[in-house]
Design a protein around this ligand. Structure first.
Ligand code: ATP
Length: 516
């Protein structure tokens, strides 16, 4: 765990040092759980969005895009259930004055029980060696059975308390399980109360509830209320989808995991409208499609998994998360939900307007069902950075090895595709030749010209920001129009004609490779 924390701290420091992510308003000591993307961060984030948009919208004949406003009519959030039910159970510690999510404190208790079970398994495996039968051990060991029973019981009670909105029982569980403040160890807790996560603001000069506006907590509702506009203006037939990328805002109670849980973040959501009764088939299809999307970027197999929901939200009849192993454990990266006709039905009821699709084959109108895929762009960014940042031993000078830090991002999403550098920065002819190449290549790729240090230093810097290719211009270039191209991952250096640079770079950085 300590090692993981160190790796996470290192990742956060790297993001800042190399211009990927800064704390918001740092000169004022920052604003909690709000972050700014720096020059390389914005490039990477744009590339993630581009990959998502192209694979979801451009690669599907029946999915179209939308960019709805952040502000929506306040009734939207009444209809969607957010005004009444978008709450987290909050608890304060009276001694430390720290605020927690009551359900998270209980979840952490459950994590500890699981760790205890794992510890027992490991111990037994060591003791019995090759003869060890894990399944049998889990079924028969008394201590493990006790832990499992306790785990099951608490998990069920937590799910019931959350779905019934029973705050008193959450509080009772915290007492009974003797859960203490993780920071101070104090058990002096307040009552648990519901806390609505929506940020609100006031419209113009209209006072009171009338003029109350919300910053959208998800982008999906902009899609639902535009469903008929889009369907009619693009003449789509079911099944079809609407995709959107945009900011969402949540007043998170606990936000201590860098860009994993932010108060302002970006979502990439797609709502797929289908005939009622076919939703399970589409739900299965989209789970697989979305997992493939992640794998195409080279995310390691073992760090992605599905997690089926035990307790379903009021609007869903099936839901699964794609979880990623972040430096602090497996956590939700994307959700795939079968939302039935809940949202469209509700908007239809509250607005009094029909939100139905006329099915020419069945010759009838009905409210379609919806399967949604919803991923946080910032979480995707964090997942990619945490897989890509690596330290490795490479050959150094005089037969020794050295450690290099390299960001092995997939070339198609790397912020800079190629860096062009002269071997000597004081040599005008080399500088001119390198700048000429840079001026040509920038038409095709996001490139960088750099002559601010020795070649070794420049290579290291490009490795740290994930640039797949470095191109060096030397004296031979002036004679034969060839340059050295260095591959970030293999470190191989190849001599190639300037004319072929574009083709060589394109082969690896083209998004086509992952879209296919
Ligand atoms: P969690 O349980 O982690 O709070 P959620 O289930 O509330 O997430 P959804 O409402 O399903 O999340 O939102 C869809 C996606 O939006 C999530 O899978 C996640 O990637 C992203 N997301 C949600 N909340 C945040 C946040 N506070 N900061 C960054 N990304 C977020």
């Amino acid at each position: 765990m300590a090692q993981q924390n160190d790796a996470f701290k290192h990742l956060i420091a790297h993001c800042k040092e190399y211009g990927f992510i800064y704390q918001s308003s740092e000169v004022y000591d920052g604003l909690s759980a709000v972050y700014d993307y720096g020059p390389y961060g914005v490039e990477l984030k744009n590339n993630i969005k581009d990959y998502w948009w192209r694979s979801m919208v451009h690669m599907h004949d029946n999915i179209v895009g939308l960019d709805a406003a952040i502000f929506m009519h306040p009734k939207t959030w009444k209809a969607s259930g957010h005004v009444d039910a978008f709450n987290d159970p909050l608890i304060d510690n009276k001694d430390s004055k720290k605020r927690y999510r009551a359900d998270v404190l209980i979840e952490e208790y459950l994590d500890k029980l699981r760790e205890k079970i794992q510890k027992n398994v490991k111990k037994a495996a060591k003791r019995f060696g090759e003869k060890f039968d894990e399944a049998m051990f889990l079924k028969t060991n008394e201590r493990v059975l006790r832990y499992q029973e306790e785990h099951g019981r608490i998990k069920q009670r937590l799910a019931d308390a959350l779905s019934d909105g029973d705050m008193a029982d959450l509080r009772a569980m915290i007492d009974e399980l003797e859960i203490a403040d993780p920071e101070s160890g104090s058990r002096n807790w307040t009552d648990v109360r519901q806390f609505n996560l929506m940020f609100s603001t006031q419209l113009g000069n209209i006072a009171g509830e009338e003029g109350k506006l919300y910053l959208r907590p998800e982008t999906a509702q902009g899609i639902f209320v535009n469903f008929l506009n889009v369907q009619k203006t693009t003449r789509q037939k079911l099944p079809f989808g609407i995709a959107q990328i945009g900011k969402a805002f949540r007043n998170e109670i606990v936000a201590r995991q860098f860009i994993f849980r932010m108060r302002e973040f970006e979502q990439m959501e797609m709502q797929y409208f289908v005939q009622p009764g076919t939703e399970m088939q589409w739900y299965e299809r989209w789970r697989e499609t979305r997992m493939r999307w992640h794998r195409a970027l080279g995310m390691p197999e073992g760090r992605l998994r599905f997690h089926e929901h035990d307790a379903l939200a009021h609007y869903a009849n099936a839901a699964v998360d794609i979880e990623f192993e972040f430096p602090f454990g497996f956590k939700e990266l994307e959700g795939i939900h079968s939302r039935t006709d809940f949202d469209l039905g509700s908007h239809q009821e509250v607005s009094g307007r029909k939100l139905q699709y006329y099915d020419p084959q069945r010759q009838e109108s009905y409210v379609p069902y919806v399967v949604e895929t919803s991923i946080g762009c910032d979480r995707m960014f964090l997942a990619l950075m945490s897989t890509a940042l690596q330290e490795e031993e490479v050959p150094g000078q005089e037969g020794k090895t050295r450690t290099r830090e390299v960001l092995k991002l997939h070339p198609a999403i790397a912020p800079i595709k190629a860096a062009i550098m002269p071997l000597k920065r004081n040599e005008e002819r080399l500088v001119n030749a390198a700048q000429d190449i840079f001026r040509q290549l920038r038409f095709s790729f996001n490139c960088q010209y750099d002559d601010t240090g020795s070649i070794g230093k420049l290579y290291s810097r490009q490795d740290a920001i994930g640039t797949p290719y470095c191109i060096t211009v030397d004296f031979d270039t002036l004679e034969d129009e060839t340059v050295t191209i260095r591959d970030r991952d293999t470190l191989e250096q190849e001599r190639v004609p300037i004319q072929r640079l574009e083709e060589i770079i394109r082969r690896r950085v083209d998004m086509r490779g992952i879209l296919e």
